[in-house]
Design a protein around this ligand. Structure first.
Ligand code: REX
Length: 409
């Protein structure tokens, strides 16, 4: 089923297509991508994007939606349902839990604090939060790049998916309690050695925000990002369990094959907080990434810090709260993925934010669907002929990587 939004999206999509079909050599005044020095991107494959979302539905997602923004043009598409009980069609106006895309918001606040000289990236965390961490060598940069070696407490929490979720659905944790759960386990690495994804890092980041500003992370997200960018569908929802306004219900896939999906919409998200408790829409996520990568939220110097990459798995690197993915066509994109119970998110943009894609499904714990959603990046940024060998962009980017074990700090 294709929703009304999706049909409207097709019309807008035609306009977008004509705008994006600018040859690389043409000095097209409307193409800010060229003006900002970004490489001209292949035309997005909008049929491919729609097909990706339909595939995700076949693989178990009740609904899927995506939005591309580029040079003032928009393409929206959605399929399936926002709510399995009522059968209401999912649309791009639906709010959803963005999970770890929250980490970009948290990092942005901290980099603004660096700009304000209230924080130093290479200072130990314990300088600001005395005695918090058992290893005084762990710096703010290590935390923001997932190189602290702090164990990810969610590994234990969600070892069994549904019972793990139900045990925390209504719980309210302090940051300290979450850090304590991590510290019960040995550190996974020497500080600075390698990338090892851990939500604990962004709990520590949230503590830093609150300590340095004297305000809650909600206030800081609001005053520094949400208000200035007029993100009217973006909220930090914790510990309240309800997503305000029109939103997609989220359905968690149990570990046992064939077991019914669990409605996970209502939860405190307290296990995630500054690592993952933001609710948003595809439009707001695209606006946010365009502003961030366009240099409108931090100084150029701090944006450059955010883009100092460490290797983070195949075709991926991690900066400070920012993920880079190197696509098959040689284009690299910047943003984050998100996974909270009931929702998977992909929010990525081109280097200076000229083209952005936000896509989500209202299910999680389904690796097949997650892999399909990775395909939305290929459709949005690589277009139809996505199978070409890697181009120069990706190679040039890779030279900037900080080698594992040889980090500069
Ligand atoms: C929590 C478990 C996964 C989800 C997690 N989420 O660490 C953070 C996030 C906030 O968004 N991270 C992702 C649950 C990976 C990211 O950075 O892209 N899985 C589910 C299980 C597995 O319970 N046993 O899939 O909903």
């Amino acid at each position: 089923m294709v929703s009304a939004t999706a049909r409207r999206g097709t019309v807008v999509g035609a306009v977008l297509l004509s705008l994006l079909a600018v040859p690389a050599h043409a000095a097209a005044p409307r193409d800010s991508t060229l003006a900002t020095g970004e490489v001209a991107l292949p035309k997005p494959d909008l049929d491919g994007l729609r097909a990706d979302l339909r595939t995700a539905r076949r693989q178990g997602a009740p609904g899927a939606a995506a939005r591309i923004d580029a040079q003032g043009s928009t393409f929206r598409t959605a399929t399936g349902v926002a709510d399995r009980a009522t059968g209401r069609a999912l649309g791009n106006a639906d709010r959803f839990r963005v999970g770890s895309v929250t980490k970009i918001f948290t990092a942005t606040v901290l980099l603004q604090l660096v700009d304000e000289r209230k924080l130093r990236l290479d200072a130990p965390v314990n300088r600001y939060l005395p005695g918090l961490l058992p290893d005084g060598r762990i710096t703010v940069r290590h935390v923001l790049s997932h190189r602290s070696g702090l164990y990810d407490y969610t590994n234990d929490m969600f070892a069994r998916t549904v019972p793990g979720f139900e045990a925390v659905r209504d719980k309210v944790f302090t940051y300290r309690q979450l850090v304590d759960r991590s510290l019960r386990r040995p550190r996974t690495n020497t500080p600075g050695a390698v990338y090892a994804y851990s939500n604990t890092n962004f709990v520590v980041a949230g503590m830093l925000v609150e300590k340095l500003t004297g305000h809650s992370v909600r206030t800081e997200y609001q005053d520094r990002i949400i208000e200035p960018l007029k993100l009217r569908d973006t909220f930090y929802v914790h510990p309240s369990t309800r997503i305000p306004g029109r939103h997609a219900s989220g359905y968690l896939t149990p570990d046992r094959a064939g077991a019914p999906l669990v409605d996970a919409t209502r939860q405190t998200a307290s296990w995630a907080q500054s690592a993952g408790a933001i609710v948003s829409t595809t439009r707001d996520l695209n606006t946010f990434l365009r502003a961030l990568l366009g240099g409108r939220l931090t100084s150029a110097a701090q944006l450059a810090q955010m883009r100092r990459w460490v290797p983070a798995g195949a075709n991926q690197a991690y900066g400070l709260g920012l993920r880079r993915r190197d696509l098959s066509c040689g284009v690299s994109v910047y943003g984050h993925t998100g996974a909270v119970q009931g929702y998977y998110t992909y929010a990525f943009a081109s280097k200076s934010g000229g083209r952005s894609l936000a896509a989500f499904v209202n299910t999680s714990n389904n690796g097949t669907v997650h892999a399909t959603m990775l395909g939305t990046l290929e459709s949005a940024f690589c277009g139809k002929r996505a199978k070409a060998p890697r181009g120069r962009t990706a190679l040039a980017e890779r030279h900037e990587d900080i080698a594992a074990g040889a980090a500069r700090d």
